[in-house]
Design a protein around this ligand. Structure first.
Ligand code: M6R
Length: 612
């Protein structure tokens, strides 16, 4: 959702920023723009649509500037068009700004500025902010940096901004509250970006800006101050990301690459943590909190979308293995209730991006109520990772496809490890079961590899159902959240309406939808609900529904009664979701490709949802 790239140094800013904006395309956007300093003039170029359309407008033109700010916009205030795209000028056109987030009190500020003669061109809250900065600068005679700080003290809402000025060539001012901003520190050059992907090929030295901090590049130097003027020493960290991880590596889409990466990413989420031979399970971030978790009367899990589904899987795991009562909440609902948090409750926040606004706000609320918060995040140094008391990274590597795949399996793998560790500490599982789970966990990457070998069978099935108008996904127990996840994957990238249900709930309504045009995907692996799911399959077949069943290798009973079968290897029942979800990811992917959808950047969606 909205992306920021800014540069100051000795290189040509235009191509560098365009490339950076393309790296951020995965976040979701509807227009883009760039501001440059050309022949001592502040020039803004912007365009609705893809970054490539903005780039095409400038083919053959010499855009000479070694400073610039660029933006991809995901519309909140005002429709997606050229005018509302960022950057925005101030009233006297001496300043330009790019902004992620929402200025909630923009309307009041705008009214006051209009009274003072300011003329606004766009419908955006962002344009109001840059006019406001200019107004403060003129009224107080303060430096631009101080004017930015004064303006931000008045602002309600969330922001990551970068401001440039025609009067200060070589100077960039950036600030954040609630929206991410990373600073890349090179040799006599600096980069700003919403995440590290536009920066990685130039430098691995980065500074993550904190809320209420204002960074300034002036005379080739970086300084950081708080809004209250306290100076902070920039803490430079080394990025662990490699350039290959953010490129397609020969795959047609990032989503396909990420699906096929899962044997590696699941392995990485256990690396150094699980060693079955020695009955070893150790999550560094958990050590100081293991007793707290073991003593917890209740665990509240919060997340959104796919991360919420991972939370539902964890509910089964914690309850079954560690015998702890678990509630799984949509972060967006949790934050607007008055949730009851008791002593000895633990909150686990799950987020791939670590930037989801609702999850972040839910964490702050739970913290204010005295809860201990444990984070399960993928993006290192993200806002959620920093807002939690402790946590375990999923180490899935950058996930670029908007539809979450490897992040989900990594989340489930980490949550499984936590549940096993807590169960061991509590003594709610036997030593034998503990060892068996670790062995099976270690075997998961190889088994995922085997599921991926079925890709061509899944592609054929996808071909048959490419033009289905609806899909039902049914599962029981641990396969119920997988059914939800399968339905979400299909709808978000193929735009086919799909619903996930606990299989037994079908009789309470959805069964009315079943006819010969309704494909029903059954998660029917050999587990405790096997007999029950067979009855549910028969109910669908009796009504001529077309059944695609995900079954355990070697099963002969279900294949005899359904239309299509996809096999997954046998594993411990508690680990089933890690295998049964893979065919559903591939099915959605192939259907979406066959329907000609933009798989990696589906319409209206953003990779990290940084506004509520
Ligand atoms: O970054 P997060 O895990 O916090 O994101 C939560 C959801 O926005 C995300 O899982 C979304 O549902 C995905 N597009 C699903 O594929």
């Amino acid at each position: 959702m909205c992306g920021i790239v800014a540069y100051v140094g000795n290189r040509d800013a235009f191509p560098l920023i365009i490339k950076g904006l393309k790296r951020l395309e995965y976040r979701g956007y509807d227009s883009s723009g760039i501001a440059l300093l050309e022949e001592s003039q502040l020039k803004i170029y912007k365009k609705k649509g893809k970054v490539s359309e903005l780039e095409d407008q400038h083919t053959g033109k010499d855009r000479k500037s070694t400073i610039g700010i660029g933006h991809t916009r995901w519309a909140t205030h005002g429709e997606p068009n050229d005018v509302n795209a960022h950057p925005h000028y101030s009233n006297n056109r001496k300043l330009a700004i790019i902004h992620n987030g929402i200025i909630e009190n923009y309307a009041t500020i705008k009214q006051n500025l209009i009274k003072k003669g300011h003329v606004f061109l766009s419908d955006t809250d962002t344009e109001v902010l840059v006019h406001f900065i200019e107004d403060i600068q003129q009224e107080t005679g303060n430096s631009l940096e101080d004017a930015v700080k004064l303006a931000l003290r008045e602002v309600v809402g969330a922001y990551a901004i970068v401001v440039m000025s025609v009067d200060h060539p070589g100077q960039l001012i950036a600030a954040r509250k609630g929206s991410p901003l990373v600073i890349g520190v090179g040799e006599n050059e600096f980069f700003f970006a919403s995440d590290a992907t536009p920066i990685i090929e130039y430098t691995k030295d980065v500074v993550y800006l904190d809320d209420y901090e204002v960074a300034m590049i002036r005379d080739g130097k970086l300084t950081i101050q708080n809004l209250d003027n306290t100076q902070t020493i920039p803490y430079i960290q080394k990025l662990e990301m490699e350039l290959e991880t953010i490129e397609k590596g020969g795959y047609e889409h990032f989503m396909l690459k990420e699906i096929f990466e899962q044997p590696r990413s699941i392995g990485d989420s256990m690396r150094g943590r699980v060693k079955a031979d020695d009955a070893h399970l150790h999550l560094g971030g958990l050590s100081n909190y293991l007793d707290k978790l073991a003593e917890a009367k209740r665990i509240v899990i919060i997340g959104c979308g796919t991360s919420w589904h991972a939370g539902l899987v964890a509910e089964y795991l914690f309850e079954e293995l560690a015998r702890i009562n678990v509630e799984v909440e949509y972060a967006s609902e949790f934050r607007y209730r008055n949730p009851i948090i008791k002593e000895k409750d633990i909150v686990i926040a799950i987020s791939q991006s670590g930037e989801t606004a609702d999850t972040l706000a839910a964490i702050e609320l739970a913290k204010a109520k005295g809860a201990t918060i444990f984070g399960v995040c993928n993006v290192v140094g993200s806002s959620i990772a920093r807002a939690t008391h402790a946590g375990a990274y999923t180490h899935a590597g950058p996930e670029i496809g908007v539809a979450s795949t490897k992040a989900f399996t990594a989340q489930v793998t980490v949550l499984t490890q936590i549940a096993i560790a807590v169960a061991k500490r509590k003594g709610t599982i036997s030593e034998e079961m503990y060892r068996q789970l670790l062995v099976e966990l270690e075997n998961i990457p190889a088994k995922v590899e085997r599921v991926l070998e079925n890709a061509s069978t899944i592609k054929e099935i996808a071909y048959i159902f490419t033009y289905a108008r609806n899909f039902l996904y049914l599962g029981r127990g641990l396969n119920f959240p997988v059914a939800l996840e399968g339905a979400l994957k299909l709808k978000e990238i193929s735009y086919i309406h799909a619903e996930g249900y606990p299989a037994a709930e079908m009789k309470h309504g959805p069964i009315a939808l079943i006819d010969e045009d309704m494909p029903v995907v059954f998660l029917a692996t050999k587990d405790g609900s096997y007999e029950k799911i067979i009855s549910n399959i028969q109910e669908v077949k009796a009504r001529k529904g077309r059944v695609i069943a995900i079954v355990t290798e070697g099963d002969t009973l279900i294949p005899a009664m359904v239309d299509f079968v996809i096999e997954v290897p046998k594993t411990h029942e508690m680990l089933t979701p890690l295998l049964s979800v893979i065919p559903l990811q591939l099915l959605s992917y192939y259907i979406a490709v066959m329907r000609g959808r933009n798989v990696d950047q589906p319409r209206n969606l953003a990779k990290s949802v940084t506004v509520e």
